[in-house]
Design a protein around this ligand. Structure first.
Ligand code: MG
Length: 168
């Protein structure tokens, strides 16, 4: 079954949205490195790598459905933040935006009765629940440690344990 044109186009946009997320997280990682918090930087670097995997999941799906992928432009990411909390809040906001995009994709896949796309998107619905949860947890921990340099260092060490390919 051919991929519906409107759905193929929306999935193409999602490839770009996930790559833009990867780009943004890499910029946040660089912000933390510049502010001597290498553990936070590592956490966001791993998050960036995960977003690239998300992009490739859509990319591969589009290809397997015999449709074309067009790689688009990515805007300059924000790299100056007022505080670690500010940077993490930006991440949470971005994930909430991605969740809304996935919801819209799922609604479209239902509308055109593309069951294989719904199956792919079910994975992404679950993934977004995890992403938002992990950002909220990170926000809570960072809020608790924000005004205490020692606790912030402890949290930095903990976050530095995250490796590429693991959830935050
Ligand atoms: Mg993603």
């Amino acid at each position: 079954m051919n991929l519906n044109e409107k759905l193929a186009s929306a999935m193409n946009d999602q490839v770009n949205a996930e790559l833009a997320a990867a780009h943004n997280y890499l910029a946040i990682s660089a912000y933390f490195d510049a502010n001597d918090l290498p553990g936070f930087a590592q956490w966001f670097r791993a998050q960036s790598a995960e977003e690239t995997q998300h992009a490739m999941k859509f990319y591969d799906f589009i290809m397997r459905r015999d449709a074309d992928v067009t790689v688009g432009a990515i805007a300059q990411p924000k790299q100056d933040f007022a505080s670690p909390l500010d940077a993490i809040e930006a991440g949470l906001k971005m994930e909430q935006g991605v969740s809304a995009q996935i919801h819209a994709l799922f609604a479209l896949a239902r509308e055109v009765q593309d069951y294989a796309s719904q199956s792919l998107l079910t994975w992404f619905l679950d993934e977004q629940v995890e992403e938002e949860d992990s950002f909220r947890n990170l926000l809570i921990k960072t809020k608790a440690a924000a005004n205490d340099p020692w606790n912030l260092q402890m949290l930095d060490s903990e976050l530095g344990q995250r490796t590429e390919g693991s959830e935050g």
